[in-house]
Design a protein around this ligand. Sequence first.
Ligand code: FAD
Length: 321
Amino acid sequence: MSRTEEFELIIVGGGPAGLCAAMYAGRGMLKTALLERGVPGGELLNTEWIDDYPGFEHVLGRELAQKMTAHALVFGAELRQENVESIVRREGGVFEVATTGGTTYEAPAVILTAGGTPTKLDVPGEHEYAGRGVSYCAVCDGAFFKGDTIAVVGGGDAAVEEADYLTRYAEKVYVIHRRDEFRASRILQERLFANPKIEVIWNKQVRELGGGPAGLESLLLEDTVTGDAQSLKATGCFIFIGFRPNTGLIKQHVAHDASGYVITDDRMMTSIPGLFAAGDLRVQLTRQVTTAVGDATTAAIAVEKFLKDRQAGVPGAKVGV
Ligand SMILES: Cc1cc2nc3c(=O)[nH]c(=O)nc-3n(C[C@H](O)[C@H](O)[C@H](O)COP(=O)(O)OP(=O)(O)OC[C@H]3O[C@@H](n4cnc5c(N)ncnc54)[C@H](O)[C@@H]3O)c2cc1C
């Protein structure tokens, strides 16, 4: 049976950004619902160790997720297990957030923190060795591969830039690309070609990732022209073949960049008044737990101001300083 519930703020997504926004919103005494389709924690749950969150030199991703969840709930935010299917702003400025469970949540402000999904190779071994050699984040995991031989898969800006970055840790970096030229910008390519630790393997696609109890050991490559197979020894495989921000929930036009990342102002408000965005789905230089919680802090505090202005009848309810 369908039903409607009213809140002052709805947060969509319970990763680091959503949990931090819920903590601040609860502390700001806003009646808040945090809607998360699974177990709260987001990408923290797919990360074995986090070594770059201030105050935690070495913490399990799932442990940090549990601590963030507990902290969000302390201040009174309501956590609901809900899969959101649409966000629509009605005339008058109230949002309808519809879930597959049949409940519609209504509020004058929404913070979208639904993250994004790295594109997978979809080959045998990828899931098995995720976190044990297979990674989608150079800044996060590069330091685990000091002195190793690793592979980077992809040919766009992310692959080429991150391959160069990874040579500060790895002894040797193979870049595997399925074509005979990169899509990456010229300047990034020049830097890559000038780096003696990098070797490009053209016209190859990864067919399988293999290893043992200690983690990844090798990649099975197939030539995209001849079909020949070869094995490449590597203890790491960094995959940069795309990242899709989870923005399909927004059913009205929202400003975004060419890759679909949401554009916000410095208060994290999107081009739709009252709709804020924080974390991995937002346009920004880097995507980390620290940046996600930073965005979320700004967004939650901006929402408080937005709601006050709205109540006071400030035209357009622009967020004041
Ligand atoms: C393998 C890996 C390792 C990483 N390691 C590190 C690291 O060591 N250090 C670091 O700082 N960063 C690391 N990162 C990056 C970091 O995890 C992200 O930057 C951070 O989690 C982003 O937080 P977020 O809240 O924006 O998004 P996410 O963590 O992606 O959370 C989004 C949440 O939204 C929920 N959601 C999505 N759609 C819906 C829907 N329709 N309805 C309801 N809920 C929905 C998802 O279930 C998810 O819980 C790593 C990332 C990966 C993939």
